[in-house]
Write a protein that binds this ligand. Structure first.
Ligand SMILES: *Cc1c(COP(=O)(O)O)cnc(C)c1O
Length: 412
């Protein structure tokens, strides 16, 4: 097995923060260095042909060619594997490469996928554009309507694909409940765990087969590298590995190094971000200019109970609907001081993005309406700044919007 994990005995006993720092690294350090090196050599040298053959066939540990595997990339894979409690993990050149590779590894013409309407924009395009091209039928259910999703699963499917919390409305799906329904019809369950991170949610414990991350977001945490990871059982991951080695969406060793470095502070960042997100959500709930606050940590969230049960924390992302819609967002964004206005999330800096220019930029106004995406919807990816400064920043910017838009506010 070329994908199987290495060091379970040492690391599985540690808590998640300790694992974030130490897991997956020792095996790959050289020359007494305290950090995993970036191994750039594309190919590897052998003493004799028999050894070469054994490594190439996966009979002996070792490396052949960087599209197949690389020590720096392997170290990252081990770290994510141990954080998610999986048997094996495979890294990809982006989150979308991880998602598409996982899907294309297992889907064949004639198969059926059940998923939800609120998946990540790129994933949604795979479901609506690319899978139908190869005669894979996709049924997208209303996110959060568990009865509807269960009924669709019961009709039979090859893959159940879920994301929780969703982007950008932070809807929550009961993963354990739906995984059980999927197992009853022999379906594979895939979950995009990007928003939750392994700190806040471990889908494998909830009965999921494959867990997927865009490492571009929280895992790396510094908005300076693209990457993706899939993890699951050794048996399934062997197939995903084979798909990657041939189709070639391998992660670059430099990128792997940056993600490893970012992941050493994953638990600190995610805990700080969740604490600030909760405080900001509570603050925004009280502001007259805010119509809706979406955050699974709020008791008013329709699926707060499910989130409390299946998550260890509620995450660093919230979204709000501003009264005054896009006009209000246009006034607000330039006034924010501690803010990147960008189509990204999960970084150390706070990032603001309207659905219209980020997650749902490719949708028409009508499509956004059908998905319940209001023109005033603004996603906030909370960074690691001090909470008080983030709230003060929002307060001054919202005060400015209110001076500019008193009429629309009175109308509400
Ligand atoms: C960003 C993101 C992706 C895609 O990841 P890339 O690294 O940009 O390809 C997939 N799922 C979710 C939830 C994301 O936020």
């Amino acid at each position: 097995m070329r994908v199987k994990g290495m060091q379970e005995e040492i690391d599985m006993k540690a808590r998640i923060g300790t694992k974030s720092v130490w897991a997956g690294e020792k095996e790959f350090r050289v020359f007494g260095g305290t950090q995993v090196p970036v191994v750039l050599s594309v190919a590897y040298d052998y003493n004799d042909v028999d050894e070469w053959y054994d490594v190439a066939m996966g009979l002996k540990p070792g490396y052949t060619y960087n599209r197949m595997s690389n020590p720096t990339v392997r170290s990252l894979e081990e770290k994510v594997r141990l954080l998610e409690g999986a048997e094996a993990a495979i890294a990809f050149s982006s989150g979308m490469a991880a998602i598409s590779s996982a899907l294309y590894t297992f889907l064949r013409p004639g198969d059926r996928v059940v998923s939800v309407k609120d998946t990540y924009g790129g994933t949604n395009k795979i479901f609506t554009e690319f899978l139908p091209n190869i005669n894979v039928q996709v049924t997208l259910c209303n996110t959060g309507n568990h009865e509807e999703i269960e009924a669709e699963i019961a009709k039979g499917c090859k893959v159940l694909y879920l994301e929780s919390p969703t982007n950008p409305t932070l809807k929550i799906t009961d993963i354990q409940r739906l995984a059980k329904a999927a197992k009853a019809v022999g379906a594979l369950v895939l979950v995009d765990n990007t928003f939750a991170t392994p700190i806040n949610q471990n889908p494998i414990r909830l009965g999921v087969d494959l867990v997927i991350h865009s490492a571009t977001k929280f895992l790396s945490g510094h908005a300076d590298v693209l990457g993706g990871v899939v993890c699951g059982s050794a048996e399934l991951m062997e197939k995903v590995y084979h798909y990657r080695e041939i189709n070639g969406a391998t992660l670059d060793p430099w990128a792997a190094y940056l993600i490893i470095r970012g992941m050493k502070t994953l638990h600190l960042r995610v805990r700080q971000q969740a604490q600030s997100a909760m405080a900001i959500a509570k603050y925004l709930q009280k502001q007259p200019i805010i119509e809706v606050v979406n955050y699974p940590g709020l008791e008013s969230h329709p699926h707060h109970d499910i989130a409390k049960r299946q998550m260890n924390g509620f995450g660093g992302i919230l979204s709000v609907v501003l009264k005054g819609g896009m006009e209000a967002i246009k006034l607000l964004l330039p006034k924010l001081q501690y803010a990147n206005r960008a189509g990204n999330l999960g970084a150390v800096e706070t990032i603001y993005g309207p659905a219209r220019t980020t997650s749902h930029v490719e949708c028409t106004l009508e499509e956004r309406k059908a998905l319940g995406i209001s023109e005033g919807l603004l996603r906030i990816s909370v960074g690691i700044e001090d909470t008080e400064d983030l709230i003060a920043d929002l307060a001054q910017a919202l005060a400015y919007v209110e001076t500019q838009m008193p009429v629309s506010l009175n109308n509400k």
